[in-house]
Design a protein around this ligand. Sequence first.
Ligand SMILES: [Zn+2]
Ligand SMILES: [Zn+2]
Length: 298
Amino acid sequence: MTFLGTGGSVPNKFRNLPSVLVRRGPELLLFDCGEGTQRQFLYARAGINRKMRILISHMHGDHVFGLPGMLHSLSLMGRTRELEIIGPKGVIGLVTSVNRVVRLYNRYPIRVREVKPGQVVKDEEYAIHVAAAQHGIPCLAYSFQENPKPGRFDTAQARKLGVPEGPLWKVLQSGKPVKIGKRRVIPRLVLGHPRRGVKLTYAVDTRPCSSVIKLAAGSDLLIHDSCFAESAASKAREYGHSTASEAARVAKRSKSRLLALFHISAMYEDASPLLTEARRVFHRTILPRDMETVSVVA
Ligand SMILES: [Zn+2]
Ligand SMILES: [Zn+2]
């Protein structure tokens, strides 16, 4: 995944507005679309015509003003495939009104869905769970979770059981039994325990809250609002954001494996004090720069 923009509210010289790109095989997920995202997206060379979903957390400008430009650029660059946009109430109105007034995009279909906390968006190999963040206006946190993967295939054991290498191995790997003469070989005999998939949680523009802790439980990576240092804790409370150490406490309580500090206020040219503060609470914390790429494995 690539952090396209890691700042919040207004951009500065170092940080663009929030957007996180997840590449999963040939598929793309984009969390939020702050202004300027299309440029970062093109730099990231993510591909124009892939299966793609954009997930919007809430209807504050710094998270959605990049959407018209993004949709427009994708069309000009030759996208023909359907694009899905998921977000809270208001996202349909935004896309349709921009399209009505500016007539941006007519080369590919756009499907927009409004979702609520508690909903689950299911795909073949993963699910995206939606929960409420705590931010003054309705704000959604998302957790992307891959389905468990089949266990490792024991080739020696398959041979021992008389299953010849070839298409029958594939059948067993897909979880179906095969017949060898009159004998049936069931997958359990040649497959290890199912392996859990990756879990990635995106919770920005939020106070630390129990619904996010619950959503994030056991995440391989938690991307959490970390707008301010502890010295500006009152600002965080006032504007519905979190300090770095509050984000770290959420990571700790949700038993996440790695925390990425995100949505850094433009007032910090050097945000390293935020990292120091967070690491005092939760050591496995990173402070990604714009365009930094991180591999997430289960
Ligand atoms: Zn924001
Ligand atoms: Zn906001």
